[in-house]
Each structure stands twice: as C-alpha cells, then as structure tokens.
Design a protein around this ligand. Sequence first.
Ligand SMILES: Cc1ncc(COP(=O)(O)O)c(C=O)c1O
Length: 417
Amino acid sequence: LAELMLDAAGADTRETFARIRTHMSPGQGLGQKLMGRNAVEVSGEGAVVTLSNGREVIDFGSYGVALLGHRPSGVVAAVERQLAELPASTRVLANTVAPALASRLVELTDPARLSRVWLGQDGADAVEAALKLARVATGRQRVLALRGGFHGKTLGALAVTSSTRYRSSLEPLLGPAAHIADDLADARRELARGQTAAVILEPVQGEGGVRALDPGFLEDLVRVAREAGAFVISDEVQVGLRRCGPVSLAVELGLDPDAVLFGKHLGGGVMPISALVCSNALYAPAVHDPFLHSATFSGHPLSCAAALAALDAIEEQAGRGAELAASIERELEALARRHPRLLVEVHGLGLAWGLEFTTPQMAGEVLAELAPAGLLVSPCLGRAETIRLLPPIVTTDEQLAAAVDVLDSVFRMVMPG
Ligand SMILES: Cc1ncc(COP(=O)(O)O)c(C=O)c1O
C-alpha cells in the first residue's frame, strides 16, 4: 500500500514540481523537492504535517508561524464563523472584529503606554508602518538598526535588515539607515550624527541565529536613543507573543518601547496578519491623516477573527509553553554535549532555539537530512551556520522525544564516530 501511495503521489507531484520549475522559482522548487523526497505537504494537525506519500513529519519550522501548531481548533472555528458572515471589509463601514483585536492587543502588550494599533498582513509591512510614522512624527529621516537584525525584505524594511545577501544588489536602499554593533559606543557615535527618527531592534535576533541581545546593552541603547529624541521600535514579529515567554520581551525587560511589532503566529498559523502596537506620540501622524498609511487589507475581518482566537489560545497555553521550553532547553543542551564536534553551541529562549554548527556546510548537510528523517526545521536567513527550532506550543512530550531522536540520528549520520 505504501508503494502504491508513493507511485500515485509521484505522478501527481511530478506535475507540481514541473509547474514550480516553469512558472515559479526553480531553485526553491528543487529545495522543496529534495526536502520532501518528491512529496508535497498536504495537511497538518498540531505539530505534525502529512505529505502526499502519507509520510508524517514533526514541524519545528514553518519560520515561526505555527506556534499553535497546524489548524488550531479555536482559530479554525473563529475563521469559519467569520467566513459565514463577512470575511472582507467594505472599509467605508466599521466592523466589530478589527477594533476588538486592537483593544485586545493593547490590553496584552502595555496598556499604560501603548494604546494605538495599526494592522498589516506580514512582518515587513508592520516594519514599514513603524518607520513611516517615526519619520513623519519626528520630521527626521535616519533610522538605526542592529547588525544581525532582520526586519523583512520589502524596500523600506530591507533598509534596516542587515544581511548583505539581500541588500547588495539593491543598494542604495530607501532612506538613510545605519547598522550598529551591539556596542554602546557605536550607538552613541551614530546618534551623535543627529536626525535619527528611530532605533529598531529585535530583543532576540531570530533570523540572525536566535541570539538574545544583552539586556544591559538594550537598556543603555534605549536610554541614549531617548536622549537623542528617537523612537524605540521593538520588532517582535518572530520572538514576541509568547514564542520566547512574554507577550513582549521589550516590555518585560522594562525597556518601555514606543512600539512593539507582532506577526507570524498572530494569525494562529491560519491567516496572515501583523500588528504595530504603539504610543500616541508615534501614531500621531496617522491621527492627523488616517490615509497617510492605509492598505486595502489592513484590518481584514477574517484575519482579525483568526488573531483574536489565536491570542486566546496563546494565553490559555502559556503555562504549557513554559513547561515545554524547560524540557527543550534540557534536551538540546544534552544533545550539544553528545555532539561536540558538530555543534558549537545551542542558544535560545522559550520556544525558539538556534543550533549553531561548526560550518555553514555542516548546517546545510544536517538541514537537508532532517526533513527526510522526519523533522522540519527552519534555516536562519541571516546566519547560515545556525538552524532554528521553532516548536509549536502544542508539541507533546512524545513528539519532543521523537524530534530529539531524529536530531541525534542525523547528527550521527553526518558525523559518524
Ligand atoms: C523580526 C522579523 N521582522 C520582520 C520579519 C518580516 O516578516 P515577513 O516575512 O512576514 O514580512 C521577520 C521575518 O522573518 C522577522 O523575523
């Protein structure tokens, strides 16, 4: 039976991969073909994805979208209810879901300081909104970002993303932006040049290798940014909303950011949506002119319904998240001790972990073997020697043990003895 399924799936997927090769990105298609060993993804439930040949894999990847696992029941039900009523907004009329989501995000993030919300569709457009508002609100143009930071690939967001791989063919990018090391002297020097509208940072750099910035440095950076009259934007698209524990890492650290950005798992892994949660001062230009930054699908009711249900589910399961995080940390540290010739170190927080290999080639080899062996992970877009594990909050103890077994056996395979 397994062979029959494989044959049948093989026939179907040959056409799919030919379409990708012909009409989409051949390189991406080839990667997906190798990862799936000719099969494609067809369904998902919780931490498990099923392929067209019937094989099941544990999903610790999905670039962070599946914090609640695949098709979380509360989110699916909320989307179905909204779909039966009004999935898209007329935009000239108000609906109840977008404002309900805005209130809920304010309540969860930092109600005393951050009372305004702009809703987008992906991480990069939340970044764009924050940068535009900071420039208009201050009348200044420069933005400071951190080396190793990732904020998306649209032209504006790319100006603050640090990886040369994505920037070099496009330079000069929009607006004056500078990248600083996580070093206070560097920050001071750049701020002294004046005209800085905002500093954008990720408290834990996700694509940069799941690297937590030093809280003491962040505190100092925020202080000097404030002194220079710049807004502080905490991009938590990947690591916020309880991926790493708190709703906002910056708020939890007492940094009092002027804006926190959410995305990825905000839509419960079902709908695309992002949010900028910010202070009145940063949002002021949009109060002055509501059309300064509008978009057809901003506040899309179907996405907002998904996000409201996702926030409930994330809050309900926060306790399990903390328990799982402790087990993962223990397991990964033991794994690093068993494979010292392969792993330089493991580092992370909560449900986001980076496995840092001796070379990018070694990381690539492991990555290529993990999916066929039964575990999906994500590469780091800004650090090729690090592989990311982004396990869903709904991962069972058995699934975690199975995932660790896959890692262990793939490590033994690529580096025998
Ligand atoms: C911290 C951070 N900001 C922004 C983005 C861009 O998000 P999107 O790919 O949804 O545009 C990402 C994506 O990985 C991210 O990790």
